[in-house]
Ligand binder design. Structure first.
Ligand SMILES: [Zn+2]
Ligand SMILES: [Zn+2]
Length: 335
C-alpha cells in the first residue's frame, strides 16, 4: 500500500515526509483493519513531522482523524463486521488499570498510546485501530465531514467543557482553525455568545458567517469581558492577553498539545479575582462519543479543504502557512 512516513523530523518546507510503499498492516487480535477513506490533517501531525513532539516510532505514518471501512478483524474482536464504517482518533490505547483510568480520566493515563505517533496512522491506504477505541460514526456525516471531528472536534469539545462556560455565557476563542470552528458551533448551538480573536482575515469571516458576535485580531480585546476563553493558537504569548480579557472568575483553557513559552504573568491583572488557567490533555472515549452525538444533533459541519492522499506534504505546508480556513482532509482514491 501507499503511505506517508516521517523519515527524519524537520521543517515541512524541507520534506521530512516521504510517500512510500509499505505492507498492508496485519490487525492484532483486538484490532480492526481499516481501509482508509479520509484522514484529517491536524496541527499535531505538523508537530510530529517537524519534531516538536519527540519521535516515538521511527518512520511513523501520521494521521489520527481516520475514517475508514472495516476490511479485516482480529481473532478476539466482536461487535464489528467487515464493511462497518468507523473512525479512529488520537487516543489509541490505555492500560485501563491505573488510578487515572479507574477514575474516568483515561486521557491522563501514563501508559496511553497515540495514533500517528506511537503507531502508524491514517496518512495511508490502510491502518489499524483497537476495536475498543474505534468510534461508530453517525450516518448523517459523510467521510470527509466526519474526519476533522475525530480530533479537532473532540478536543474542541473537551476544551469547551474544561473552560466551564456558564449557560448562555460569553466565550472567547483565540485562534480559529479546525478545532475552534467546530467548538464554536457547539457553543453557539447551546446559546453562548462567541467572540473570536484571530489574525487571519478569512478565519474572521468564517467566524462571523458561523454566528460569532464579533471577530477581531488576536491581540485585540473582545467587546465585552469573557466568562470563558479557549486558546487554540499554539502561541504562549496570548495566554496573558486572554487572561486579561476574562471577567472575574473566568476560566482560560489551553487546547493545544504544544505551546510556545508563556511569558511571565502579572498576578493582579491576569490571575487575581479567581481567574483560572487550565490545560487540556488529549481526550477520553467518553468525550468522543459525547461530541459525535452532539455534532449529529446540532448539525455541526467542518469547513473542509480536500487533498489527494498523495499530496499530504502540501496539506501540511498549507496548514503551517495558514493558507486555508477550517480543516484539511486527505482523501483516498482520487489523484
Ligand atoms: Zn491508565
Ligand atoms: Zn489532532
Amino acid at each position: 500500500m501507499r503511505a506517508w512516513s516521517v523519515l527524519r523530523p524537520g521543517r515541512v518546507e524541507e520534506e521530512p515526509l516521504r510517500f512510500v510503499r509499505k505492507p498492508v498492516p496485519v490487525p492484532g487480535a483486538d484490532e480492526l483493519l481499516l481501509r482508509v477513506s479520509a484522514c484529517g490533517v491536524c496541527r499535531t501531525d505538523l508537530h510530529v513531522a517537524e519534531g516538536d513532539l519527540p519521535v516515538r516510532r521511527p518512520g511513523v505514518t501520521p494521521g489520527h482523524e481516520v475514517v475508514g471501512v472495516v476490511a479485516g478483524l482480529g481473532s478476539a474482536v466482536s461487535g464489528f463486521t467487515a464493511g462497518d464504517r468507523v473512525g479512529a482518533a488520537w487516543l489509541r490505547g490505555t492500560d485501563g488499570t491505573c488510578a487515572y483510568c479507574r477514575r474516568g480520566a483515561e486521557n491522563l493515563c501514563p501508559a496511553s498510546r497515540y495514533t500517528g505517533w506511537d503507531a502508524d496512522g491514517g496518512y495511508a491506504e490502510y491502518t489499524t485501530v483497537a476495536a475498543a477505541f474505534a468510534y461508530r460514526l453517525p450516518d448523517a456525516l459523510d467521510d470527509v465531514s466526519a474526519a476533522p471531528l475525530l480530533c479537532a472536534g473532540i478536543i474542541g469539545h473537551r476544551a469547551l467543557r474544561r473552560a466551564s462556560l456558564p449557560a448562555r455565557g460569553r466565550l472567547g476563542l483565540y485562534g480559529f482553525g479546525g478545532s475552534a470552528h467546530l467548538c464554536a458551533q457547539i457553543a453557539l448551538a447551546e446559546g453562548a455568545t462567541v467572540h473570536v480573536m484571530t489574525r487571519g482575515a478569512d478565519a474572521r469571516r468564517l467566524a462571523l458567517a458561523l454566528g460569532a458576535a464579533s471577530a477581531q485580531d488576536a491581540y485585540d480585546p473582545p467587546p465585552e469581558p469573557l466568562d470563558s476563553a479557549i486558546l487554540f493558537a499554539p502561541a504562549g504569548e496570548l495566554v496573558p492577553v486572554a487572561l486579561r480579557a476574562l471577567d472575574r472568575g473566568g476560566v482560560l483553557a489551553v487546547a493545544g498539545i504544544h505551546l510556545s513559552d508563556v511569558p511571565r504573568l502579572r498576578y493582579e491583572s491576569e490571575l487575581f479575582y479567581e481567574k483560572e488557567l487550565r490545560s487540556v490533555t488529549s481526550s477520553t472515549r467518553r468525550d468522543g462519543r459525547e461530541f459525535l452525538a452532539l455534532a449529529a444533533r446540532y448539525g455541526v459541519r467542518a469547513t473542509t479543504h480536500t487533498y489527494p492522499l498523495s499530496r499530504a506534504d502540501e496539506a501540511l505546508r498549507d496548514l503551517k502557512a495558514g493558507r486555508f480556513d477550517g480543516a484539511a482532509v486527505l482523501v483516498n482514491g482520487v489523484e
